[in-house]
Design a protein around this ligand. Structure first.
Ligand code: F6P
Length: 373
């Protein structure tokens, strides 16, 4: 009997999602004779049983399109806003899985989605995930789709900011996305020739950054580009965050732990807007006029790069084989030229940050970029 597959996209959208939906569904239908439905708007749509049939016509023409034809949301099965309450709707999702006689559910998402998928796998659903996010911070995969496109967009932005920074003898601080990982800022900072690159993995000292900019001015370059990851922290702020994280670790009581977590969240929220303060502070310390550019969601939109289409298609088409082989509770990771099925327990709740000895860090230092330390 033909297998029935459900697909959903969850978390922030990412270029390459449609290529992955297409690859997944085409391989399932064409190679294995499976039937495929999509759930709209992530776990929310699955809970509300909003579906679309994925077949030849709905899959046509989507390879090059940004975003996701299914829609997405950040809602979690176990904490879903219903009216003015937040409720655990996992059982409703399980019911809908059974209602459609699904043999597997494919979840396309980032770190949060991996955790939610594991929760559903623990409830007995046959779940497989694919790693997508512009942040490239999903554990156990070489790379995520969406990253290459966002890297290209951020690099082009830095290229363009160079000429205006140069003409006005200004510092331009450019804030790059990436959540709490520095892959995007580091990659685009190196590729775009950023003079200062600040990432969450290396807490920065503003005085050292100012000195690097002053040194450039003394050498005749009276402008500087500072590429900063949205999650980058000064040394002082990083100490506060580390203390709050340690508090969570050592707190065993459930209520106290919840409180410690919300304190950490509040602390992290106070760091939003850090980049504006940094731009102002650098102006004071260097005497050079400063401007801030926040690239924001611009990095997530539009046509996926060829590399992302290829990766998403490679991972998407591979998954159908894993389902046919009866492999569930795994993420299909990019591993060298091929793919690997990694148990969700090894992925969920983990974040892949830039290791201190990563070759990109050495390269950045060798071309003279200041990393703020
Ligand atoms: O995870 C992708 C990402 O774009 C992060 O880089 C960023 O921190 C976050 O999503 C923004 O989320 P939202 O789209 O919900 O504002």
């Amino acid at each position: 009997m033909a297998k029935h597959i459900g697909i959903l996209t969850a978390g922030g959208d990412s270029p390459g999602l449609n290529a992955a939906i297409r690859g997944t569904a085409k391989a399932a239908i064409g190679q294995y004779g499976m039937q495929v439905i999509g759930f709209r708007d992530g776990f929310r749509g699955m809970m509300e049983n909003r579906t679309v049939r994925l077949d030849g016509s709905s899959l046509s023409g989507i390879l090059t399109v940004g975003g996701t034809i299914l829609g997405t949301s950040r809602e979690k099965p176990h904490r879903m806003p219903i009216g003015n309450k937040v409720m655990d709707m996992t059982d409703v999702i399980v019911d809908n899985y059974e209602k459609h006689h699904l043999d597997a559910l494919v979840c396309l998402g980032g770190g949060g989605t991996q955790k939610n998928a594991l929760r559903l796998a623990d409830k007995g659903l046959k779940v497989i995930t694919l790693p997508k996010t512009i942040d490239n911070d999903v554990a156990m995969t070489d790379v995520t789709f969406g990253f290459d496109t966002a890297l290209g967009i951020a690099t082009e932005a830095i290229d363009r900011l160079h000429s205006t920074a140069h003409s006005h003898h200004r510092i331009i601080v450019v804030e790059v996305m990436g959540h709490r990982a520095g892959w995007l800022a580091l990659g685009s900072g190196i590729a775009g020739g950023g003079d200062v690159i600040l990432i969450p993995e290396i807490p920065y000292d503003v005085d050292l950054v100012a000195e690097a900019i002053r040194r450039r001015s003394r050498g005749g370059s009276r402008f500087s580009i500072v590429a900063i990851a949205e999650g980058a922290l000064s040394r002082e702020d990083a100490k506060h965050v580390q203390t709050a994280e340690a508090n969570i670790e050592k707190t065993k009581d459930k209520t106290e732990r919840k409180k410690a977590k919300s304190e950490l969240r509040a602390l992290q929220n106070t760091h939003k807007g850090n980049t504006l303060q940094l731009a102002r502070r650098l102006e004071e310390l260097t005497g050079l006029e400063s401007r801030l550019t926040i690239l924001g969601h611009y990095q997530r939109g539009g046509t996926p790069s060829a590399a992302d289409r290829l990766l998403a298609t490679r991972l998407g088409t591979a998954y159908a084989r894993y389902i046919e082989e009866g492999m569930y509770g795994v993420m299909i990771a990019a591993c060298g030229e091929g793919t690997e099925a990694v148990p969700l327990e090894q992925v969920a709740g983990k974040r892949k940050t830039v290791p201190p000895n990563h070759p990109w860090i050495e390269s950045a230092r060798f071309v003279g970029a200041c990393l703020g330390d």
